[in-house]
Design a protein around this ligand. Structure first.
Ligand code: SAH
Length: 503
């Protein structure tokens, strides 16, 4: 009863550069055996109960011998399991994937190879350097930079290699540059040939060093550039001055702490990462059922057809309302009599997903503004339902009641502290590894402070970005200066402000 092994290329760094097939393999894995270079975020694709084994090899620190790794893969498969062997870049490009496949074959175990995007091509690409170019380079070679120079005899034919191929890409070569560049020059490559090192290519921490073959070894020491990096030699390096596209994005190099409910963090993260930021998600809050266990919502749903107006105040409120409605075996037709107001365009957009076009969409977030928009619709006796978060501000229902309406407030959800790796977040803050923190509601402020045990000093050198005036006010009340405040109180509005922030 043998299992199955997939030797999967994880891609060069950015976890999104895995292939669709690689992701599918992870989704059905029982065991994932992982390298130093494979991004931990890929593990999120695997089932929750997956067995995860780290066999990482870092330069100079061999966690596990190759023979033992190959044996481990075979043993796990013999237990009948689906094993994903995840390897940085492509498994067959200096990944020793071939050796692992041989051992599997010898053991009679079924396997498949899932190629990956190799760092040899992707790291240069993310530095704006194409390995070939019709006018500049018609050939490229990928070479190990790891050869032991004291070995005496080299497996690399330096004499032919040095001048026969236009672009040379060395992997694992950072510690060996004096030898590599010495050989290249000795066998005829000009010392003036443009060269580049790309460290952690495709990732938010990418570093690029532009140099020449003659100067590379000393420049690497001068700039203290560490592995992992690819070393690129050839005239294609000059193209970076025109093609550079990744590490000049507006937020490149910025580390941003996102405090948001987990369900919503991804959109903000996605948008900031598109702009080049490195986002660390600390889901300070999560969405949970209200403390009254839906008592107020259920009684509102029981008489849902009596309401003249239903006012939705947040996307979460919309989602949770319809989830509960469906649990009661009702659908959107139950709302057919009521007029609908959505506060804010995101709330209106969320309603559209349920087939509802809101009758009114007040975009101001202060109760007075909303009341102003609704004043012609609300007359004495109008029955209003507000499905919303527990512990929301009272100004809106109170204002409506003053206008003569009968108002029911139904609690559809509450926001709770999520279990987050507290120590990890505090550690990043202590070490100055966070440039900015985002707050998308007052409770994210409160919850982040809880997470860091109210040590506001940890945030002294961190820029604070708030989604709107109410959140900003909460920050100030808690003794946090706000550096960025969105003018339009939406995720897009916040992202736009962060993008244009200088300081
Ligand atoms: N199979 C991998 C290479 C493994 S050898 C691939 O196809 O990419 C390990 C070497 O790859 C490192 O020493 C470094 O030279 C290179 N490397 C891997 N990921 C890299 C990255 N994100 N940026 C720069 N170099 C990288």
């Amino acid at each position: 009863m043998n299992g199955m092994v997939y030797l999967v290329g994880a891609g060069p760094g950015d976890y999104r550069l895995i292939t669709l097939k690689g992701k599918q393999c992870l989704e059905k894995a029982d065991v994932v055996i992982c390298d130093y270079l494979a991004d931990k975020r890929l593990l999120a694709f695997a089932p929750e109960n997956v067995e995860y084994i780290y066999v990482g090899k870092k330069a100079g620190n061999h966690a596990m011998r190759q023979e033992d790794i190959s044996q481990l893969i075979a043993d796990k498969a013999k237990e009948g399991k689906c094993v994903v062997r995840l390897k940085g870049g492509d498994p067959f490009v200096f990944g020793r994937g071939g050796e692992e496949a041989e051992v599997l074959k010898q053991n009679g175990i079924n396997f498949e190879i899932v190629p990956g995007v190799t760092s040899a091509i992707a790291a240069p690409a993310y530095a704006g350097i194409p390995v070939t170019n019709r006018k500049v380079a018609v050939s490229f070679a990928v070479i190990t930079g790891h050869e032991d120079p004291t070995k005496g005899k080299s497996d690399i034919n330096w004499e032919k290699l040095s001048t026969a191929v236009d672009t040379l890409v060395f992997l694992m070569g950072v510690g060996n540059l004096p030898h590599i560049t010495g050989q290249l020059i000795k066998y005829g490559r000009s010392a003036d040939t443009p060269a580049a090192l790309v460290r952690w290519g495709t990732k938010a921490e990418q570093e690029v060093l532009i140099t020449t073959v003659g100067k590379a070894a000393e420049d690497v020491i001068k700039h203290n550039l560490k592995p992992p990096a690819v070393f690129i030699v050839g005239n294609v390096v000059n193209l970076r001055s025109t093609i550079q596209w990744f590490d000049n994005k507006p937020l490149f190099g910025k580390n941003i702490l996102i405090t948001r409910a987990r369900e919503q963090a991804s959109r903000l993260t996605e948008k900031l990462e598109e702009l080049g930021a490195n986002c660390i998600e600390a889901p300070a809050i999560k969405i949970a059922p209200p403390d009254d266990d839906f008592t107020s919502l259920d009684s509102a749903i029981a008489k849902i057809r009596e309401y003249d107006w239903i006012i939705f105040t947040s996307t979460n409120g919309v989602e949770r309302f319809f989830a509960r409605l469906n649990e009661k075996n009702l659908d959107v037709r139950a709302l057919s009599r009521a007029k609908i107001a959505a506060i804010g365009t995101s709330t209106a957009a969320k309603l559209k997903n349920y087939g509802i076009i809101a009758d009114k969409v007040p975009t101001m977030f202060k109760a007075e503004g909303i009341l102003d928009v609704l004043k012609e619709d609300i007359t004495p006796g109008t029955k209003v339902l507000i499905p919303r978060a527990q512990k929301a501000r009272e100004a809106l229902p109170q204002g409506l009641r003053r206008m003569g309406a009968t108002v029911d407030v139904a609690e559809t959800y509450c926001t709770k502290m999520a279990d987050t790796n507290k120590a990890q977040i505090k550690n990043l803050l202590q070490n100055g590894r966070i440039d900015m923190v985002t707050f998308t509601s007052s409770s994210t402020v409160e919850n982040l402070l809880k997470l860091i045990d109210n040590e506001t000093a940890l945030l002294n050198n961190v820029k604070k970005a708030a989604i709107g005036p109410i959140t900003a006010q909460t920050c100030k009340q808690k003794g946090l200066d706000v550096d960025i405040e969105a003018d339009i109180y939406t995720i897009d509005g916040l992202v736009d402000k962060i993008k244009n922030f200088r300081g």
